[in-house]
Design a protein around this ligand. Structure first.
Ligand SMILES: NC(=O)c1ccc[n+]([C@@H]2O[C@H](COP(=O)([O-])OP(=O)(O)OC[C@H]3O[C@@H](n4cnc5c(N)ncnc54)[C@H](OP(=O)(O)O)[C@@H]3O)[C@@H](O)[C@H]2O)c1
Length: 249
């Protein structure tokens, strides 16, 4: 079990739920986010340490890694969770917003992992968990950039798994569908579909802890692996069904 963990995006939703569950297991949690009031309240509640940083800024992830190591000496578990969405037709997405989405959802977790990995490899011990999204595995209308960024996170995590095989550092991936958090309000389009039914942030957090202890891919809910498998085995059929039943979220 990890003794220290860095959870990005711990100021809200899945990250906050993950931080609480880790703290209950006795882990000292470094709580990252931007909202300093929320981080301070969570630090008080969990006994963790607040570390504010805007991951859209170049160099912020590497600096966050340095601060984390300076505080705890080692980060046993890194949970790459911070992220945000944007929904709408691609031509309505500004170039600046596009860069922001890629910076926070894709570049930051890659940078942070790169910065913390050497210390993990030196101790031959470490756990890295990525919070990806079903959007990155199936594609979603109106969320092409978000889906591409999450797909990139998936490919990075999978590749790193191969690279780290035989070392003491493990990689887990959590693939949520729809989760009841502020995500949808923030992305600018509420979630109105009936399926997949929204799950709680606590349920996704439990999958994050499982992915740390027993590395693998964890879909939440589990049945989401079915459309992904269908898309892999019969992409034409998948596209026809998605077009018929809607590929928007
Ligand atoms: N909710 C869903 O249905 C769903 C589904 C699949 C995947 N996910 C993924 O799950 C992860 C967590 O999302 P959530 O649902 O818990 O949403 P959330 O409640 O909106 O939380 C997002 C977290 O990311 C942080 N964040 C956003 N932009 C940031 C930036 N520029 N710099 C640093 N931190 C930033 C936020 O920090 P502040 O609030 O302090 O700014 C917040 O802590 C994301 O990666 C999301 O893509 C969510």
């Amino acid at each position: 079990m990890a003794r220290t963990a860095l959870v990005t995006g711990a100021s809200s939703g899945i990250g906050a739920a993950t931080a609480r569950q880790l703290a209950r297991s006795g882990v000292h949690v470094l709580l990252h986010g931007r909202n300093e009031d929320r981080l301070a309240a969570l630090a008080k509640e969990t006994g963790g340490t607040a570390l504010a940083a805007d991951l859209a800024n170049p160099g912020a992830a590497a600096e966050l890694a340095e601060r984390a190591l300076a505080i705890t000496g080692s980060v046993d578990l890194l949970v790459n969770n911070a992220g945000l969405g944007w929904a709408g037709p691609l031509p309505e997405l500004s170039a600046e917003r596009l860069r922001h989405l890629v910076a926070v959802n894709l570049t930051a977790p890659l940078d942070l992992t790169r910065a913390l990995l050497p210390a993990m490899l030196e101790r031959d011990r470490g756990q890295i968990v990525f919070v990806s999204s079903i959007a990155g595995r199936t594609g979603v209308a109106g969320e092409a950039v978000y889906a591409a960024a999450k797909s990139g996170v998936d490919a990075f995590a999978d590749s790193l798994r191969f690279e780290l095989h035989g070392t003491g550092v493990t990689v887990g991936i959590v693939v949520p569908g729809v989760v009841r958090t502020e995500f949808f309000e923030r992305r600018g389009r509420p979630y109105t579909r009936g399926t997949p039914r929204p799950v709680s942030a606590e349920r996704v957090a439990a999958a994050v802890l499982r992915a740390a202890a027993h590395p693998g891919d964890y879909y939440v809910p589990r049945w989401l692996r079915v459309p992904v498998a269908l898309r892999g085995a019969a992409p034409g059929l998948y596209r026809a069904l998605a077009a018929r039943f809607g590929a928007e979220s």
